[in-house]
Design a protein around this ligand. Structure first.
Ligand SMILES: [Zn+2]
Length: 117
């Protein structure tokens, strides 16, 4: 199940479809943390070190941040993000969409982040 699915509004429809399909592969809930982002928010995130770029794909609706909810609890522990990524990859393959996972980045590993390639 997806929590705050309304946050998928404004992102690329293919990416939103991947998220919806991925959720069906998981045995825990997915929280949509953030989808589309405005420039003011992006500047704020860079200022506090939570993002490294002013050209984030969130600004153009080509990125989404997701987190797991287990037993009603929002979780940030790392081992859960590769499980979400597995579901995201499988859903993307089924739908013919190419995705990049922030968890694969070397310089600024971003486990909750997926974007269109
Ligand atoms: Zn992100």
């Amino acid at each position: 199940m997806i929590k705050h699915a309304e946050r998928l509004a404004g992102i690329d429809a293919r990416l939103a479809d991947v998220v919806r399909k991925a959720a069906t592969f998981l045995d825990f809930d997915l929280l949509v943390v953030e989808g589309l982002r405005d420039e003011a928010r992006q500047r704020e995130l860079v200022a506090r070190g939570a993002s490294r770029t002013l050209k984030s794909k969130h600004l153009v609706g080509r990125a989404v941040d997701l987190a797991p909810i287990l037993d009603g609890q929002l979780r940030w522990d790392w081992p859960l993000f590769p499980r979400i990524n597995e579901a995201m990859r499988r859903a993307a393959a089924d739908l013919g969409v190419r995705l990049v996972w922030g968890g694969d980045w070397r310089t600024f590993r971003d486990g909750p982040h997926w974007e269109l390639a």
